[in-house]
Design a protein around this ligand. Sequence first.
Ligand code: XUL
Ligand code: MN
Length: 346
Amino acid sequence: MAGKAQFRFSFGPWNIHEGADVFGPAVRKPVQFAQKLKLYKKLGFDAVQFHDDDAVASVDVPHERMIKEAGEMRRMLDGEGLAAEFVAPRLWEHPLTIDGGYTSNDPKARQYALERSKKTIDIARVLGTSNIVLWPAREGVYVNESKDHRLAAERFVQAVNAMLDYDKAIRVLGEMKPNEPMDQSYLPTTGHFLSICYLASDPARVGVLIETAHALLAGLDPAVEMAFALFHRKLWSVHLNDQNGLKFDEDRIFGAVNLKRAFDQVLVLYDNDYGAGGEYVGLDVKALRTQSDELATRHLSGSREIFLQLLEVVKKIDRRRLEELRASRNYEDLELFIIKSLMGKA
Ligand code: XUL
Ligand code: MN
């Protein structure tokens, strides 16, 4: 039966930020990590998503120090009654990975990326999660002839295998995005990463996180993408948000641009029992630069509210009517039925 799961929510600490963008500096005061953690439960969230260096000050320090800091973070989480959902290696800021990590032409960059990914796994172990998320930000090209694309795909599989081999308990989740910061990202869509899953040494431990905005930037429908990954039993996390057209990754409030599109995602997640295996409803939303300090968590609580309110709409949908309209191929009335349901007029 669909919809057995109670949805639980998560987000990453980078979703509470100072509002700097590529054209201007910070406009809000920084919020200390401990302060952010205190906000989670108040805002209705149960789990934290981490980059490696969200969990520890730096990974480029002696190993014992890194593990000790991860232990301190674990105690902070336990103290707040929060779980760690995943840890992601932040491979896009280090000078060595200027032109990518796993697929870089430079063997030193590839080695750094792999070592850092293994440190991420060590941190995840301490935090009590087996989920490692890969957003391969700089794996790709600005100039098409700068890399051997076939070799890049091979190197990607090798990197995933090295992680699976390093710890037999972890799962690797690809979060794919077609561009930004690169012009052309390698493995730009969920479908590309799914093909990597099946080439990996242990396909059962490789899956995906789908972000709404990333699917939209690739010209794809997020609900259809999610359904496809659910069919493969590989949708292990989501980053819900919204996106206005094909531009930079906007990370808007869930449903803010296209409410019907948000409804479709909730429908697919509910109908396919997303969450029954312990998956969280993750958000990746950014406060607008215009927001004051006091209002810079509203995008998080608001996105959660919209999800839960859309869930109510989903539960009330007259399924017999839906099936009749499908069977009679009356898709315009079907569309009107959904729009009216969203307006409370069906
Ligand atoms: C980038 C993005 C990242 C990942 C985590 O577009 O979505 O924040 O979610 O590395
Ligand atoms: Mn994301």
